[in-house]
Design a protein around this ligand. Structure first.
Ligand code: G4P
Length: 280
């Protein structure tokens, strides 16, 4: 996993800018659980008006009500946006169709000017772990290609033909996430976009417990059989007892349990960035 330093960001930015010159459209991948925190802070500056299709990834893990609010918000801002579940409900044709729609004017102009028809060229960008290599593999219909999660991995670029009408650059652009405040950092760490060590598991677990209490009390009640009129220390003690955590460090063990169950999708469909709080 990458640690982002200013040098890395400058290099990633330069590389993406170079590749942008040769593409017609960008697929901007956002994590549907954190549509705000997973946005690169300089994305619009980077793209400089290049057409884009926003793909809300991992919608199978996110709260459908929140995903709808976020999607409508992006649409109000005039962005084309699709919800993607790359693991089970993948709609490859919809992504192809939307790309061609966004570029319809350009395709028509090129045709009129008698330019040799070629597929429109797309490139994927997004923060680490958002699903870039999974999406490439699904579009290409192949099993697996690991795409190194390192900024500045240089190798020959290749076009992969998705259909006769769409070609994809095989190396996605790895973007750095926002680093603007503690909450954004926590949301990125909880979803695996940044290293765990940046925020302690104690802080992450404590945040998650309070968050679930506020926004997903039923998920919490159901999973751990809890009565939410009790205080956090009481809840933690109850979970510890149920799970047989006897040692004095039971609080840490409960926080680690919460984190691992969240990350293994055992707590239900959860969106961390709340639309009404994060919209600007
Ligand atoms: P990246 O290239 O942007 O860094 O992300 P990558 O495709 O490697 O995906 C990161 C993790 O997210 C992978 O899981 C992948 O399976 C998962 N993922 C991608 N898209 C979706 C989606 O739409 N829904 C769900 N639920 N998960 C998705 P992993 O646990 O790291 O390992 P593995 O599955 O690659 O073994």
């Amino acid at each position: 996993m990458i640690q982002w330093f200013p040098g890395h960001m400058a290099k990633a930015k330069r590389e993406i800018e170079e590749r942008l010159r040769i593409v017609d459209i960008v697929f901007e991948l956002l994590d549907a659980r954190i549509p705000y925190s997973s946005q690169n802070p300089l994305i619009n500056e980077l793209l400089q008006g290049k057409p884009k299709l926003v793909l809300l990834m991992k919608t199978d893990l996110a709260d459908p009500k929140e995903t709808k609010l976020w999607r409508e918000n992006f649409q109000r801002e005039d962005h084309q946006v699709l919800e993607v579940d790359a693991l089970s409900g993948f709609n490859r044709n919809l992504i192809i169709k939307s790309s061609l729609e966004i570029l319809a004017d350009k395709i028509e102009r090129d045709r009129k000017r008698g330019l040799k028809a070629r597929g429109v060229r797309a490139m994927i960008v997004g923060i680490p772990n958002v699903g870039k290599s999974t999406l490439i593999n699904r579009l290409v219909k192949r099993k697996a290609t690991r795409v190194a999660n390192k900024p500045g991995v240089t190798r020959a670029q290749q076009w992969i033909s998705i259909t006769g009408e769409l070609e994809l650059l095989d190396t996605p652009g790895v973007l750095w996430p926002k680093f603007e405040d503690h909450k954004v950092g926590i949301h990125l760490a909880l979803t695996g976009a940044i290293r765990d060590e940046i925020v302690s598991s104690h802080d992450l677990g404590e945040y998650l417990l309070n968050f679930l209490r506020s926004y997903y009390p039923d998920n919490l009640k159901e999973r751990y059989n809890l009565d939410l009129k009790f205080s956090n220390p009481e809840l933690i003690e109850k979970i510890a007892q149920d799970r047989g955590f006897m040692q004095s460090d039971y609080e840490e063990r409960v926080y680690n349990l919460l984190l691992s169950e969240f990350r293994n999708n055992l707590l239900g469909r959860i969106t961390l960035d709340r639309f009404n709080q994060e919209e600007e």
